[in-house]
Design a protein. Structure first.
Length: 202
């Protein structure tokens, strides 16, 4: 079995369905972590511009370093949500990669961050790929698009199968219900409670 890395399943999907990645012009990445995936996107999609959203103050210095390595990456230092009045962001202790706008069921610190709704941010241009790694906040992210979710062609979403990690967080069934206008093209169960979904507009 090949070692797991964040874009492995996406790359497998591209190969299996013979996707012409040169046709992708616009990619939105929500939950960029360190912008390393954004750099990978610049290689996988040679003609695409990537807009990466990250708000975790502990991660932003590395995000800035990596985003600066490509003119095709724009880093937006804000939290994507459907509730612009909620600025509280949770930083779990000793659990790397689990920060969220949803309150964790484990020890955490919290900070206030800037927020943004995608419906306000986006123009009317199509989005070829939407990548979501939002740690329980998937439905909040999707709700923030409003009617502009119709502009998205393909969605890659990492989501918990059952929501046991965050209070008020999303689970896989809720995400699929929200995305009923999309077709589930591929699914990977990485572990018993972590599902990776690739969906395409019907």
């Amino acid at each position: 079995m090949q070692p797991w890395y964040k874009t492995a399943f996406l790359e497998q999907y591209i190969s299996e369905f013979n996707i012409d990645t040169s046709l992708f012009k616009s990619i939105v990445e929500i939950g960029s972590y360190d912008c390393k995936e954004a750099l990978t996107f610049t290689k996988l999609f040679p003609n695409a511009h990537i807009v990466s959203f990250e708000c975790n103050p502990k991660l932003l210095p590395q995000c800035r370093i990596n985003a600066a390595k490509s003119e095709r990456i724009t880093l937006v230092e804000k939290c994507v949500t459907d509730n612009l009045d909620n600025h509280l962001f949770y930083l779990p202790k000793n659990l790397d990669g689990t920060a969220s706008i949803c309150q964790p069921r484990f020890l955490y610190d919290s900070v206030e961050v800037d927020t943004i709704q995608m419906e306000q941010f986006l123009s009317d241009q199509p989005i070829d790929l939407l990548w979501i790694d939002a740690q329980g906040a998937e439905t909040q992210v999707l709700n923030s698009f409003g009617s502009k979710l119709n502009q998205v062609n393909t969605i890659y979403c990492e989501v918990d199968v059952s929501q046991i990690r965050y209070c008020g967080g999303s689970d896989e069934s809720q995400v699929l219900q929200k995305l009923s206008s999309f077709t589930l093209s591929s699914r990977l169960l990485l572990n018993p409670n972590e599902s990776h979904l690739i969906l395409n507009k019907k």
